[in-house]
Design a binder for this molecule. Structure first.
Ligand code: SAM
Length: 261
Protein backbone atom coordinates (compact mmCIF):
# COMPACT_ATOMS: atom_id res chain seq x y z
CA UNK A 1 0.00 0.00 0.00
CA UNK A 2 1.45 3.45 -0.88
CA UNK A 3 2.41 5.72 1.99
CA UNK A 4 0.09 8.60 2.85
CA UNK A 5 1.80 12.05 2.60
CA UNK A 6 2.68 12.09 6.28
CA UNK A 7 3.72 8.50 6.80
CA UNK A 8 7.01 6.72 6.17
CA UNK A 9 9.01 3.97 7.76
CA UNK A 10 11.97 6.38 8.26
CA UNK A 11 12.12 8.62 11.29
CA UNK A 12 14.10 11.34 9.52
CA UNK A 13 12.24 14.45 8.34
CA UNK A 14 11.60 14.63 4.60
CA UNK A 15 11.33 18.13 3.16
CA UNK A 16 10.53 17.00 -0.39
CA UNK A 17 11.97 17.88 -3.81
CA UNK A 18 11.37 21.44 -5.03
CA UNK A 19 9.87 21.97 -8.51
CA UNK A 20 9.71 18.21 -9.33
CA UNK A 21 8.41 18.88 -12.88
CA UNK A 22 11.44 21.08 -13.67
CA UNK A 23 13.86 18.42 -12.31
CA UNK A 24 12.13 15.72 -14.41
CA UNK A 25 12.30 17.88 -17.59
CA UNK A 26 15.99 18.64 -17.02
CA UNK A 27 16.80 14.90 -16.80
CA UNK A 28 14.72 14.19 -19.93
CA UNK A 29 16.65 16.98 -21.75
CA UNK A 30 19.96 15.51 -20.47
CA UNK A 31 19.12 12.02 -21.80
CA UNK A 32 17.88 13.49 -25.12
CA UNK A 33 20.95 15.70 -25.63
CA UNK A 34 23.45 12.97 -24.77
CA UNK A 35 21.59 10.45 -26.97
CA UNK A 36 21.83 12.93 -29.88
CA UNK A 37 25.57 13.32 -29.31
CA UNK A 38 26.33 9.59 -28.86
CA UNK A 39 24.27 8.42 -31.85
CA UNK A 40 26.14 10.93 -34.05
CA UNK A 41 29.52 9.87 -32.60
CA UNK A 42 28.82 6.20 -33.32
CA UNK A 43 27.76 7.01 -36.89
CA UNK A 44 24.04 6.24 -36.61
CA UNK A 45 23.38 9.38 -38.64
CA UNK A 46 25.70 11.39 -40.86
CA UNK A 47 26.51 14.77 -42.44
CA UNK A 48 29.13 17.36 -41.55
CA UNK A 49 26.65 19.81 -40.01
CA UNK A 50 25.14 17.00 -37.99
CA UNK A 51 28.50 16.02 -36.49
CA UNK A 52 29.98 19.41 -35.88
CA UNK A 53 26.87 21.38 -35.04
CA UNK A 54 23.90 19.40 -33.82
CA UNK A 55 25.79 16.63 -32.02
CA UNK A 56 27.89 19.13 -30.01
CA UNK A 57 24.82 21.21 -29.26
CA UNK A 58 23.29 17.98 -27.93
CA UNK A 59 26.38 17.31 -25.81
CA UNK A 60 26.38 20.75 -24.18
CA UNK A 61 22.61 20.88 -23.75
CA UNK A 62 22.68 17.37 -22.26
CA UNK A 63 25.55 18.11 -19.88
CA UNK A 64 24.08 21.48 -18.85
CA UNK A 65 20.64 20.01 -18.16
CA UNK A 66 22.12 17.04 -16.28
CA UNK A 67 24.28 19.29 -14.07
CA UNK A 68 21.35 21.62 -13.37
CA UNK A 69 18.97 18.72 -12.58
CA UNK A 70 21.57 17.09 -10.28
CA UNK A 71 22.20 20.41 -8.50
CA UNK A 72 18.45 20.85 -7.93
CA UNK A 73 18.19 17.33 -6.49
CA UNK A 74 21.26 17.89 -4.27
CA UNK A 75 19.83 21.20 -3.08
CA UNK A 76 16.45 19.65 -2.17
CA UNK A 77 17.97 16.68 -0.35
CA UNK A 78 21.08 18.17 1.33
CA UNK A 79 21.75 21.82 0.44
CA UNK A 80 18.51 23.32 1.72
CA UNK A 81 18.91 21.73 5.16
CA UNK A 82 22.28 23.49 5.53
CA UNK A 83 20.94 26.73 4.07
CA UNK A 84 18.04 26.87 6.52
CA UNK A 85 20.37 27.21 9.51
CA UNK A 86 22.31 30.05 7.80
CA UNK A 87 19.04 31.84 7.04
CA UNK A 88 17.74 31.42 10.58
CA UNK A 89 21.08 32.68 11.95
CA UNK A 90 20.12 36.08 10.47
CA UNK A 91 17.56 36.48 13.29
CA UNK A 92 18.68 37.34 16.85
CA UNK A 93 16.46 34.77 18.61
CA UNK A 94 15.13 35.19 22.17
CA UNK A 95 13.07 32.01 22.13
CA UNK A 96 9.64 33.52 22.88
CA UNK A 97 8.79 34.79 19.39
CA UNK A 98 5.73 34.09 17.27
CA UNK A 99 7.01 33.11 13.82
CA UNK A 100 5.32 32.82 10.42
CA UNK A 101 6.77 30.78 7.52
CA UNK A 102 5.17 31.99 4.26
CA UNK A 103 4.80 29.10 1.77
CA UNK A 104 6.12 26.65 4.36
CA UNK A 105 5.64 23.49 2.26
CA UNK A 106 6.75 20.49 4.32
CA UNK A 107 8.09 22.83 7.00
CA UNK A 108 11.79 23.41 6.31
CA UNK A 109 12.05 26.89 7.89
CA UNK A 110 8.92 26.49 10.03
CA UNK A 111 10.42 23.54 11.91
CA UNK A 112 13.95 25.00 11.90
CA UNK A 113 12.51 28.12 13.57
CA UNK A 114 10.46 26.05 16.04
CA UNK A 115 13.67 24.28 17.11
CA UNK A 116 15.05 27.67 18.17
CA UNK A 117 11.98 28.53 20.29
CA UNK A 118 11.48 27.84 23.99
CA UNK A 119 8.09 29.36 24.71
CA UNK A 120 7.26 30.80 21.26
CA UNK A 121 5.13 29.33 18.47
CA UNK A 122 5.72 28.86 14.73
CA UNK A 123 2.91 29.02 12.14
CA UNK A 124 3.16 27.76 8.58
CA UNK A 125 0.97 29.08 5.75
CA UNK A 126 0.62 27.27 2.43
CA UNK A 127 -1.68 26.31 -0.45
CA UNK A 128 0.03 22.88 -0.79
CA UNK A 129 0.64 23.05 -4.55
CA UNK A 130 1.85 19.65 -5.79
CA UNK A 131 3.84 21.15 -8.71
CA UNK A 132 6.03 23.19 -6.32
CA UNK A 133 7.10 20.39 -3.93
CA UNK A 134 6.79 16.58 -3.83
CA UNK A 135 4.32 15.23 -1.25
CA UNK A 136 3.17 18.76 -0.41
CA UNK A 137 0.48 18.28 2.24
CA UNK A 138 -0.19 19.65 5.74
CA UNK A 139 0.01 16.11 7.19
CA UNK A 140 3.56 15.79 5.81
CA UNK A 141 4.48 19.07 7.55
CA UNK A 142 2.97 17.92 10.86
CA UNK A 143 4.77 14.59 10.54
CA UNK A 144 8.11 16.38 9.97
CA UNK A 145 7.41 18.52 13.06
CA UNK A 146 6.83 15.35 15.06
CA UNK A 147 10.04 13.77 13.76
CA UNK A 148 12.04 16.89 14.71
CA UNK A 149 10.43 16.92 18.18
CA UNK A 150 8.63 20.30 17.85
CA UNK A 151 5.01 19.28 17.11
CA UNK A 152 3.80 21.18 20.22
CA UNK A 153 5.26 24.46 18.90
CA UNK A 154 4.03 24.23 15.29
CA UNK A 155 0.69 25.19 13.70
CA UNK A 156 -0.17 24.70 10.06
CA UNK A 157 -2.73 26.89 8.24
CA UNK A 158 -4.08 26.56 4.69
CA UNK A 159 -4.32 29.88 2.87
CA UNK A 160 -3.00 32.21 0.19
CA UNK A 161 0.05 34.37 0.98
CA UNK A 162 -1.55 37.22 -1.04
CA UNK A 163 -4.40 37.45 1.51
CA UNK A 164 -3.19 35.99 4.77
CA UNK A 165 -5.76 34.73 7.29
CA UNK A 166 -4.04 36.45 10.26
CA UNK A 167 -4.84 39.71 12.12
CA UNK A 168 -2.54 42.75 11.84
CA UNK A 169 0.64 42.68 13.96
CA UNK A 170 0.48 38.92 14.74
CA UNK A 171 4.14 37.87 14.31
CA UNK A 172 7.58 38.85 15.65
CA UNK A 173 9.37 37.09 12.78
CA UNK A 174 8.29 36.33 9.20
CA UNK A 175 10.44 33.97 7.13
CA UNK A 176 10.07 32.50 3.65
CA UNK A 177 12.19 30.15 1.54
CA UNK A 178 11.88 29.78 -2.28
CA UNK A 179 8.11 30.22 -2.14
CA UNK A 180 7.03 33.72 -3.22
CA UNK A 181 8.35 33.42 -6.82
CA UNK A 182 5.62 30.80 -7.27
CA UNK A 183 3.17 33.72 -7.40
CA UNK A 184 3.68 34.49 -11.08
CA UNK A 185 2.17 38.01 -11.34
CA UNK A 186 4.14 40.98 -10.03
CA UNK A 187 0.98 42.38 -8.47
CA UNK A 188 0.46 39.15 -6.47
CA UNK A 189 4.04 39.26 -5.15
CA UNK A 190 3.56 42.90 -4.13
CA UNK A 191 0.31 41.96 -2.34
CA UNK A 192 2.36 39.33 -0.47
CA UNK A 193 4.90 41.98 0.65
CA UNK A 194 2.04 44.19 1.85
CA UNK A 195 0.61 41.25 3.80
CA UNK A 196 4.01 40.48 5.37
CA UNK A 197 4.33 44.13 6.50
CA UNK A 198 0.75 44.05 7.84
CA UNK A 199 1.08 40.86 9.94
CA UNK A 200 4.46 41.88 11.38
CA UNK A 201 4.48 43.36 14.92
CA UNK A 202 6.26 46.69 15.55
CA UNK A 203 9.95 45.80 15.93
CA UNK A 204 9.38 42.52 14.04
CA UNK A 205 11.85 41.12 11.48
CA UNK A 206 11.61 39.57 8.01
CA UNK A 207 14.01 37.15 6.27
CA UNK A 208 13.14 36.08 2.71
CA UNK A 209 15.25 33.84 0.49
CA UNK A 210 14.12 33.32 -3.09
CA UNK A 211 15.51 32.31 -6.47
CA UNK A 212 14.33 35.49 -8.26
CA UNK A 213 12.46 38.81 -7.75
CA UNK A 214 14.27 39.60 -4.47
CA UNK A 215 15.03 43.20 -5.57
CA UNK A 216 11.32 43.67 -6.11
CA UNK A 217 10.56 42.34 -2.60
CA UNK A 218 13.10 44.75 -1.10
CA UNK A 219 11.51 47.80 -2.80
CA UNK A 220 7.99 46.71 -1.84
CA UNK A 221 8.94 46.13 1.82
CA UNK A 222 10.47 49.63 1.99
CA UNK A 223 7.30 51.07 0.39
CA UNK A 224 5.24 49.43 3.15
CA UNK A 225 7.28 51.16 5.87
CA UNK A 226 9.91 48.55 6.74
CA UNK A 227 13.40 49.79 7.59
CA UNK A 228 16.95 48.40 7.46
CA UNK A 229 16.06 46.67 4.19
CA UNK A 230 19.20 44.80 3.10
CA UNK A 231 20.02 42.25 0.40
CA UNK A 232 22.50 39.88 1.98
CA UNK A 233 22.73 36.87 -0.40
CA UNK A 234 26.01 35.75 -2.00
CA UNK A 235 26.75 38.00 -5.01
CA UNK A 236 29.08 35.33 -6.43
CA UNK A 237 26.36 32.66 -6.43
CA UNK A 238 23.92 35.15 -7.93
CA UNK A 239 26.26 35.97 -10.82
CA UNK A 240 27.28 32.33 -11.42
CA UNK A 241 23.72 30.97 -11.44
CA UNK A 242 22.49 33.97 -13.43
CA UNK A 243 25.06 33.22 -16.15
CA UNK A 244 24.52 29.44 -16.21
CA UNK A 245 20.71 29.78 -16.39
CA UNK A 246 20.62 32.84 -18.70
CA UNK A 247 19.20 35.00 -15.91
CA UNK A 248 16.43 32.62 -14.84
CA UNK A 249 17.92 32.00 -11.35
CA UNK A 250 19.20 34.98 -9.34
CA UNK A 251 19.02 33.75 -5.73
CA UNK A 252 19.21 36.36 -2.99
CA UNK A 253 18.12 37.05 0.58
CA UNK A 254 16.39 40.18 1.86
CA UNK A 255 16.21 41.13 5.54
CA UNK A 256 14.19 44.03 6.99
CA UNK A 257 12.39 45.10 10.15
CA UNK A 258 9.34 47.08 11.14
CA UNK A 259 10.07 50.20 13.23
CA UNK A 260 9.47 49.59 16.94
CA UNK A 261 7.18 52.60 17.61
C1 SAM B 1 9.31 25.24 -3.64
S1 SAM B 1 8.15 25.11 -2.33
C2 SAM B 1 9.14 25.62 -0.94
C3 SAM B 1 8.56 25.09 0.36
C4 SAM B 1 9.38 25.43 1.60
N1 SAM B 1 9.40 26.85 1.84
C5 SAM B 1 10.78 24.86 1.52
O1 SAM B 1 11.74 25.65 1.60
O2 SAM B 1 10.94 23.64 1.42
C6 SAM B 1 7.09 26.54 -2.57
C7 SAM B 1 5.86 26.53 -1.68
O3 SAM B 1 5.10 27.73 -1.89
C8 SAM B 1 3.70 27.37 -1.82
N2 SAM B 1 2.89 28.41 -2.46
C9 SAM B 1 2.91 28.77 -3.77
N3 SAM B 1 2.04 29.77 -3.99
C10 SAM B 1 1.45 30.04 -2.79
C11 SAM B 1 0.47 30.98 -2.36
N4 SAM B 1 -0.11 31.84 -3.22
N5 SAM B 1 0.12 31.01 -1.06
C12 SAM B 1 0.69 30.13 -0.17
N6 SAM B 1 1.63 29.23 -0.53
C13 SAM B 1 2.00 29.18 -1.81
C14 SAM B 1 3.65 26.04 -2.52
O4 SAM B 1 2.48 25.32 -2.23
C15 SAM B 1 4.90 25.36 -1.96
O5 SAM B 1 4.66 24.68 -0.77
Amino acid sequence: MPNSPGSSTSNKPDYGIDAPGVVRNLFIAAVGGLTLYLTARFGLWSGAIAHVGISYAGLWAGLGSGIMGSWMLYDSKIGKLREREKLLDLVPWRGDESVLDVGCGRGLLLIGAARRLKTGKAAGLDLWQAEDLTGNHPDATRENARREGVADRVDVTSGDMRKMPFPDASFDIVVSNVAIHNVYEREGREMTMREIARVLKPGGRVVIHDIRHVGQYASALATHGLIDVNRVGSKLLQIALGLITFGSLRPDIVTARRPAV
